[in-house]
Design a protein around this ligand. Structure first.
Ligand code: ADP
Ligand code: MG
Length: 311
């Protein structure tokens, strides 16, 4: 992987929101990570930790307060040229948590899926577009006759397939999936994650897979970043995070995953993490390399203590 160039480079990203003359929300504070072509980077953290803001900054719905964003070799940090804007709008796509809210209820599924093609003038004829939509419907496990139905005629899982189809038809290099399975039943979650994995194998698209817990992230991500209060507290390969998480917040997330084996589930002890009483100050910490691509945010003293607890 080292010799491959990252598809997306997020470097020291800060995204602040000024909410009043006295107060600024530091939604994202000095976050760095890379996503390589065809891989999945899982971004995990509790509600309000800044996950969606990172997704929106990356796709340039916001202009970063500080730091830099590089996508496929293009600097997309500041005001985008028309060409770069078009490049981002076609090669990066987003899948949202609630497909009912993000799919226009008055439009037929076929029109919804083809929308990006129409906006960007990608397919010349209607017949060509219909053909593409049919092919994509098949790819996401829906039938050709679904083309003339409306979003409300689908189940939650099917609607999310429509959301995926809409993103996929643009043949993007990166798909940002913002809690795209959180609203689905657990059994359906696994189906959608498997579908996304199959699609990735076939198309080579990369994912930024955003979730509030680690349970499904494990099955789709090659690397994981753990976000808390706008700070990336730990990042590494899925193996590194699951076998030797160092940061107490990561450990609390790991201990919250239900175990499929009922005996082990009974033994599971959920660890709590309270930043306010932990004595930890993210602003005083710096990025420490554990090994490989495994980094933890902490002070030298905190690192020493955490490493001693996790030999
Ligand atoms: P997550 O997706 O992890 O739940 P968000 O990125 O939505 O978190 O939000 C992170 C923090 O930034 C929250 O405290 C939220 O209230 C705040 N925030 C997000 N967007 C805005 C905005 N446009 N203006 C002000 N504050 C915002
Ligand atoms: Mg969110």
């Amino acid at each position: 992987m080292e010799d491959k160039k990252p598809l997306l480079k997020v470097k020291n990203l800060k995204q602040y929101f000024r909410t009043s003359s006295k107060y600024t929300v530091k939604a994202v504070d000095d976050v760095s990570f890379d996503i390589y072509p065809g891989e999945t980077y899982g971004l995990v953290g509790e509600s309000g930790s800044g996950k969606s803001t990172i997704g929106r900054s990356v796709i340039r719905l916001y202009t970063p307060t500080a730091g830099s964003l590089t996508f496929d070799g293009r600097d997309i940090t500041d005001k985008l040229s028309k060409d770069d804007m078009n490049y981002v709008r076609t090669n990066m796509q987003m899948i949202f948590q609630d497909p009912m809210a993000s799919l226009n209820p008055r439009k037929k599924v076929g029109e919804i899926i083809a929308e990006g093609l129409v906006i960007h003038g990608i397919c010349a004829t209607k017949a060509e577009r219909t053909k593409m939509v049919e092919r994509i419907l098949d790819k996401v496990g829906l039938a050709p006759e679904h083309i003339d139905r409306y979003p409300h005629q689908f189940s939650g899982g099917q609607r999310q397939r429509v959301g995926i189809a809409r993103a996929l038809i643009m043949n993007p290099k990166l798909i940002i999936a913002d809690e795209c399975i959180s609203a689905l039943d657990v059994s359906i979650q696994a189906q959608v994650v498997n579908l996304m994995k199959d699609i990735q194998k076939e198309t080579g698209t990369a994912y930024l897979f955003i979730a509030h817990d680690l349970s499904m992230v494990k099955y789709i991500s090659s690397r994981i970043g753990v976000l808390h209060q706008g700070h990336l507290v730990e990042t590494g390969t899925t193996e590194e995070i699951f076998s030797r998480a160092i940061h107490p917040y990561t450990q609390s997330l790991l201990s919250a995953i239900p175990r499929p084996n009922p005996i082990l589930e009974k033994l599971r002890v959920a660890k709590t993490y309270d930043y306010a009483t932990s004595g930890i100050d993210y602003d005083k910490g710096s990025k420490h390399l554990v090994e490989g691509t495994h980094y933890v945010l902490g002070t030298d003293k905190e690192m020493e203590q955490w490493m001693a607890n996790n030999p």
